[in-house]
Every structure is written in structure tokens, then in C-alpha cells.
Design a protein around this ligand. Structure first.
Ligand SMILES: O=P(O)(O)OC[C@@H](O)[C@@H](O)c1c[nH]c2ccccc12
Length: 268
């Protein structure tokens, strides 16, 4: 597997550091931080998921993405606002919007457009490697940020999570294996994402969630991420007590992403 070629995740992270440096030349850290502090209240991402679960319903984080490095272009034309409305009408609990430009063909404008078109809380789906991006996410309208354990140390995750919380955002910590889970559990946040996709190889297996979920302590909300395509996938997770889902590709390939969400989760 490791033939010396950098994996996509490594290339993305290297590019992110450059991007942050470029952005910081346009808007200084100080100015970014003060603008972040002036934003109106966030929408409560974790609370929205918990409400669904308490009501006995699946909590679906419905993803909006134009393209991905593993699948190429998923949706063209791509209208984040229309998709957001469609998702809300069909029972999504929250949204996730890809804002990475170079690998996912997204941007912060997509997040703002989606958020303004509905009342749902929104996760900024991007690769956080620097404090600057946390403040920037708040300005971009994020109610929650993602921290990927595969590209951060425990100290980094704790620091970034602390900043996010100070700014009123929730934090989703994402893991793919046991070592990452152990690290993620040292971060004080209720939302734990188990990514079924290996971000180095793109291999997908729902067994990842099955195995790791057993080791998640009470008090954390497990979200199974990636590779959910069928009713059988959904039922297999719910039987194991996993009621929160992050789904992108199968919705993005459907004519109506919202209708597909309804079919998969609410049997319409
Ligand atoms: O499109 P899928 O297979 O339904 O997966 C959605 C989501 O889990 C996936 O986009 C994702 C999960 N973690 C990430 C981290 C970065 C980029 C993308 C992701």
C-alpha cells in the first residue's frame, strides 16, 4: 500500500496548509477572528441530531457535494440551495456541505447558499489543519466543524475543538480505526463519526462502523459515515443501535436527493 506515493489525504492536507497561508494574506488572522465573533447565533447541530434520535427517528446528515476524488463529478448542474430545500422537505436533521475547492469542487458560497435556503444546521465539510479555518468556518455559516483524526494529533484536535466551542459551533470528530478512536475519545465532544471509507485508499466497508461502535462509550453519539446506499445498510446499522447517518453519494446521484433520502430512511 505504501509505495512512497502520497495518498490523496496527504495531498489534500499539504494543499490546505498552502491555502490557509494564501487566505491569511487576504484576511489577517486578527480580522478573521474578530469577524467570527460578530456572527449571529448558530443553529445547534448536535441538538438537532439528538432530537430526532429521542423521537425514535433516524438522524440524517444529508450531504451536498458536487464531486469527490473517489467518484469524480456526482452532480451537474449543481444547485446547493435547491438541494438544501429538498433535503429539509424530506426529513433531513442536518446538512453537510463540502467546501474544499481543489479536490471536491466546492466552496464556502455553497455552504452559505444551502444554509440560507433552509432552517437546518450545517456542517462545514472540509479539512481543518489550522486555527484560522475554525474562525473562517464561523464566518462561512458553519454550525459544526469536522476534525479528521487521520490528519491531526490529539493536541491539535483539542485546541481546534476548544476554539470551535468558544465560537458556538459543535464539533464532529471523525475516525476510521482503533488508534484514531482512542485519540478522538480524548477530545471533549459528543459527536463521533465513524468513516467507513479509508481516506488513504478509498476502500469502503460498513464493518468499520460495526467494529468500532462497540468501543464507543456511553455519552457519545455515533454517526456512521460513507457508503450507505440501501435500506439493508440502514437497517443493519439501526439494529446495532446506530441511528445517526452521514450520506452523500447515493443522494447526489438521484434526480431528487430529498426523495431518495425519504425512500432510504422513511420508506416513502
Ligand atoms: O458519499 P458517501 O459515501 O455517502 O459519504 C458521505 C461522507 O461520509 C463523506 O463525504 C466523507 C466522510 N468524511 C469525509 C471527510 C472528507 C471528505 C469527505 C468525507
Amino acid at each position: 500500500m505504501n509505495d512512497g506515493t502520497p495518498t490523496v489525504l496527504k495531498r489534500i492536507v499539504a494543499r490546505k496548509h498552502e491555502e490557509v497561508a494564501e487566505r491569511q494574506r487576504r484576511l489577517s488572522f486578527e480580522d478573521c477572528r474578530s469577524e467570527a465573533r460578530e456572527q449571529p447565533a448558530t443553529r445547534g447541530f448536535a441538538a438537532a441530531l439528538q432530537r430526532r434520535i429521542d423521537a425514535g427517528d433516524p438522524a440524517v446528515i444529508a450531504e451536498i457535494k458536487r464531486a469527490s476524488p473517489s467518484a469524480g463529478v456526482l452532480r451537474d448542474p449543481y444547485d446547493p440551495a435547491a438541494i438544501a430545500r429538498d433535503y429539509e422537505a424530506h426529513g433531513a436533521a442536518c446538512l453537510s456541505v463540502l467546501t474544499d475547492r481543489d479536490f471536491f469542487q466546492g466552496g464556502e458560497a455553497d455552504l452559505l447558499a444551502a444554509r440560507e435556503a433552509c432552517t437546518l444546521p450545517v456542517l462545514r465539510k472540509d479539512f481543518m489543519v489550522d486555527e484560522y479555518q475554525i474562525h473562517e468556518s464561523r464566518i462561512a455559516g458553519a454550525d459544526c466543524i469536522l476534525l479528521i483524526a487521520a490528519c491531526l494529533s490529539v493536541n491539535q484536535m483539542q485546541a481546534l475543538a476548544g476554539t470551535a466551542r468558544e465560537l458556538g459551533m459543535d464539533v464532529l470528530v471523525e475516525v476510521h480505526n482503533e488508534a484514531e478512536l482512542d485519540q478522538a475519545l480524548q477530545v471533549d465532544s459528543p459527536l463521533l463519526g465513524i468513516n467507513n471509507r479509508d481516506l488513504h485508499t478509498f476502500e469502503v466497508s460498513l464493518d468499520t462502523t460495526r467494529t468500532l461502535h462497540q468501543r464507543v462509550p456511553d455519552g457519545r453519539l455515533t454517526i456512521t459515515e460513507s457508503g450507505i446506499h440501501t435500506r439493508k445498510d440502514v437497517d443493519a446499522m439501526r439494529e446495532r443501535g446506530i441511528h445517526a447517518f452521514l450520506v452523500g453519494e447515493s443522494f447526489m446521484r438521484a434526480g431528487s436527493p430529498g426523495y431518495r433520502l425519504g425512500e432510504l430512511f422513511f420508506s416513502i
